[in-house]
Design a protein around this ligand. Sequence first.
Ligand SMILES: N[C@@H](CCC(=O)N[C@@H](CS)C(=O)NCC(=O)O)C(=O)O
Length: 201
Amino acid sequence: MQIIGTATSPYTRKVRVVALEKGIGHEFVASSPMVDSAEVQAANPLGKVPVLVRDDGSRLVDSPLIAEYLDGLNDAPRLIPRALAAREAVRQLEAIADGVLDAAILVRMESLRPEALRSNEWISWEDGKVHRGLAHLERAAHGRRFLIGDALTLADIALACCLAWLEFRFAEQDWRSRYPAAGRHAEEMLGRPSFAATPVE
Ligand SMILES: N[C@@H](CCC(=O)N[C@@H](CS)C(=O)NCC(=O)O)C(=O)O
């Protein structure tokens, strides 16, 4: 099995961490949607990473679907609970962490455009999603070691991937003092071997 993506992509990191936490053997194939665009577009019509390539050559795209597939391969541990309420809660927090990233990536892309073409209105619209999403995740992390239940889930992985990427790309912003509970939570997650093995660089 292969996971195609980049070390800097937080969605790619999320599925790599899921595979590592569950002890699922795979090969990480570094391929950038911008630099190796023909290769990535051949693997995913949307031209985005991550892409999971199974041993029979079939592919899965979109990190929530890839994470769900990987989680179903074994129970050691189960990162998406089977019970409906807990499952919904985990997927909801994953969706919000991913949505924060979607918006933050748009902020970054827009900010990199020449000043004359840049829309500050658009940047602040997307930035609003980043901060409202983080405020939600901050409340979820308050006083908790794990976001849902008493064991690691996909929600914890998604939040740590999200915060680590924000700190990497927007290092000038002090995310941890603004969102201290999320920061403490990410700090603990980033100490896990699965995160140490997937540095954002
Ligand atoms: N919803 C997708 C988002 C994936 C995504 O946006 N990946 C970025 C890299 S971090 C990408 O490939 N961007 C290239 C592009 O949008 O053209 C997922 O969760 O896998």
